[in-house]
Write a protein that binds this ligand. Structure first.
Ligand code: NAD
Length: 491
C-alpha cells in the first residue's frame, strides 16, 4: 500500500519514502512519503487560507461537522480498529478501547456552542459591561506518538477545529495509517478542504512544521526528550506549546488492599497495550513484604494465562512491541535488572523464540530498588517492577522523587490512607482503587514534572483554553447618547 500526504483535500507524494512495518511479523505494510520543506509550505499555505473562512463560520456549524464525524467514526468503527491493530500491533480489544476514548473527545467537541460561549459580567462599573471571547489562533500543529494512532490525534483534532483553527497532523512514522482514514472521514463529515492536513515524516518534518512562522501552536505527545526539545524550540519562537512526555506510573498497595482485585486490575494496567501506554502501571510499590508476596502469588498465575499473539487474533491478550529497537530496549533492561540484583520472577523474553514479530511476554521483576535502571527509566514494555517499602510515607516519598509524574494509584480500604495519598502525591492523574485514572473527555489529561511541558493539559476544558486566545471587551454607552440618531428618537 502506498500512503499519501493529505493536503487541501487531495493526496500528495514525495520522492523520499519510509516503510511502515507490521510489528507482528516484520513485513512492510505501507510505503509512506516523507514531507520536504515544499510540502510543508503547501500544507501550511492551504491551512492558512481555509482557516480565515472557518474562523468566521457560525460555531454551531463547526459543531455540526463534529456530529457528522462522530457518526462516521461509529459507522467505520471496526475498519478503523482493524487499521490500528494492523499498524500498531495492539489487540482488537485495545484498539476498540482506544478508538472509543478518541470518539468521546469528538462527542465533547459537539458541545462547541456551550464550550465557546465566553464569559459575561454585567455592571462591572456604572453603565459598564465586560465580557471575554474565545478567538481562534490560526494554523495549529499536532505531533503524535506510535502507541495511540487514533486516540491521541483525536485528543487534538476535534478541539482545535471547533475552536476555529486549521489543524496539521504529523502522525508517528511508525503508525501512519489511521491519520489518513481520519482525513477521509473529516472530509466526508463536511469539513472544508485545507482545514485538516496530514503531513507524513519523522523528526525532520516535525521540525520544519514547528519552525514555520504560520504555525501558531504545537500540541505534542511522545517521549520526554522530544517533548522537552519541542517545548523549548517552539516556545523560544513565541508559540504556544503543550508537550506531553513519558511516564513511570506507580501503584501503591497497602496491606489492607484487596490483593486479588488489585492483581486482576494490574494485569490490564501493566500488560494491556503490551505496556506501551503512558498510563501503564510499571511499578507496584508494596507496603510490607507480606503485601508484596501476596501480590506476586496472585498475579503470576494470571500472567501465565495471558496469550501473546498477533493483535488481530481473537483471543490475544497482548500483541507485539512496536519494533526491534523496543524489543532490544526491553530485553536489555531486564538483563540489567538481574545484573543489578533484582529478581526476575517471570521473564517475558522467553516467548521470543517462536515468533518473527517483536514479541515480549509479561515480565515481573521483584526486589527492585530506586537506583536500578529498570526503576529509573521508562521501559515502555510489558514489565512490572515490584518495590518493597515499609510504610505509606515511604511509598509516597519514593513516588514523588521519580522524575515522571503522569499517573498513579493506591489500592487500599482505608479512607485516611487514600486521602493522604491523594493530597500528597506529586502526580497529575491519581486513582483510588482505579489503576488507570485516565480523565474522561470532559476533564483534561496531563501529568506533572517530566511528563508535561507547558501549562495546559490535553482535551477537555483546558484544550479550549489552549486552542484559543481570549479577548476581553469592556463596554460603556453613555445614557445621553441612547436613541440619538435612531428612528426611536430620545429614549
Ligand atoms: P517519540 O517521542 O519517539 O515520537 C513521537 C512523535 O514525535 C513522532 O511523531 C516522531 O516523529 C516525533 N519526534 C520524535 N522526536 C522528535 C523531535 N526531537 N522533534 C520533533 N518531533 C519529534 O515517541 P513514541 O516512541 O512515538 O511514543 C512513545 C512515548 O510517548 C512514550 O515515552 C510515552 O510515554 C509517550 N506518550 C505519552 C503520552 C502522554 O499523554 N503523556 C501519551 C502517549 C505516549
Amino acid at each position: 500500500m502506498q500512503l499519501s500526504h493529505w493536503i487541501d483535500g487531495k493526496a500528495y507524494q514525495n520522492s523520499q519514502t519510509i516503510e511502515d512495518v507490521n510489528p507482528a511479523n516484520g513485513q512492510v505494510i505501507a510505503t509512506v512519503p516523507v514531507a520536504d520543506q515544499a510540502m510543508v509550505e503547501q500544507a501550511v499555505a492551504a491551512a492558512k487560507v481555509a482557516q480565515k473562512q472557518w474562523a468566521k463560520q457560525a460555531v454551531h456549524k463547526r459543531a455540526q461537522v463534529m456530529f457528522n464525524l462522530r457518526n462516521l467514526i461509529v459507522e467505520h468503527f471496526d475498519e478503523i480498529v482493524g487499521i490500528i491493530s494492523l499498524d500498531n500491533g495492539k489487540t482488537i480489544a485495545d484498539a476498540k478501547g482506544e478508538l472509543q476514548r478518541g470518539l468521546e473527545v469528538v462527542e465533547y467537541a459537539c458541545g462547541a456552542p456551550e464550550l465557546l460561549k465566553g464569559e459575561h459580567s454585567r455592571l462591572v462599573g456604572s453603565d459598564i459591561d465586560s465580557w471575554s471571547e474565545f478567538h481562534s489562533l490560526g494554523v495549529v500543529l499536532g505531533i503524535t506518538p506510535f502507541n495511540f494512532p487514533a486516540m491521541v490525534p483525536l485528543w487534538m483534532i476535534p478541539m482545535a477545529l471547533i475552536c476555529g483553527n486549521a489543524f496539521i497532523l504529523k502522525p508517528s512514522e511508525k503508525v501512519p495509517m489511521a491519520a489518513n482514514k481520519l482525513a477521509q472521514l473529516l472530509q466526508a463529515a463536511g469539513l472544508p478542504d485545507g482545514l485538516f492536513s496530514v503531513v507524513h515524516g519523522g523528526r525532520e518534518t516535525a521540525e520544519m512544521l514547528i519552525d514555520h512562522q504560520d504555525i501558531k501552536a504545537v500540541s505534542f505527545v511522545g517521549s520526554t526528550p522530544a517533548a522537552k526539545a519541542i517545548y523549548q524550540r517552539a516556545s523560544a519562537a513565541g508559540k504556544r506549546v503543550q508537550a506531553l512526555g513519558g511516564a513511570k506510573n506507580h501503584a501503591l498497595l497497602m496491606p489492607d488492599a484487596d490483593i486479588e482485585n488489585a492483581a486482576d486490575t494490574l494485569i490490564g494496567a501493566a500488560f494491556g497495550g503490551t505496556g506501551q501506554r503512558c498510563m501503564a502501571i510499571s511499578v507496584a510499590v508494596c507496603v510490607g513484604d507480606d503485601t508484596a508476596d501476596k501480590l506476586i502469588a496472585s498475579i503470576v498465575p494470571k500472567m501465565d494465562k495471558l496469550l501473546v499473539a498477533e493483535g488481530n487474533q481473537a483471543d490475544a491478550d497482548m500483541g507485539p512491541l512496536i519494533d526491534g529497537i523496543a524489543l532490544d530496549r526491553v530485553g536489555n533492561i531486564i538483563s540489567e535488572a538481574t545484573a543489578q540484583g533484582a529478581t526476575v520472577v517471570k521473564d517475558g523474553r522467553q516467548i521470543q523464540a517462536n515468533n518473527s514479530g517483536y514479541f515480549c511476554g509479561p515480565t515481573l521483576i521483584d526486589h527492585v530498588k530506586a537506583d536500578m535502571s529498570c526503576y529509573q527509566t521508562e521501559i515502555f514494555g510489558p514489565v512490572l517492577a515490584v518495590v518493597r517499602v515499609a510504610d505509606l510515607e515511604q511509598a509516597i516519598e519514593l513516588t514523588n522523587q521519580h522524575q515522571y509524574g503522569n499517573g498513579t494509584c493506591i489500592f487500599t480500604q482505608n479512607g485516611a490512607a487514600a486521602h493522604k495519598f491523594a493530597n500528597e502525591i506529586e502526580v497529575g492523574m491519581v486513582g483510588i482503587n482505579v489503576p488507570l485514572p485516565v480523565p474522561m473527555a470532559f476533564h483534561s489529561f496531563g501529568g506533572w514534572k517530566q511528563s508535561l511541558f507547558g501549562d495546559l493539559h490535553a482535551y477537555g476544558p483546558d484544550s479550549v483554553r489552549f486552542y484559543t486566545r481570549r479577548k476581553t471587551i469592556t463596554q460603556r454607552w453613555l445614557k445621553q447618547a441612547a436613541g440619538q440618531g435612531t428612528a426611536f428618537g430620545q429614549l
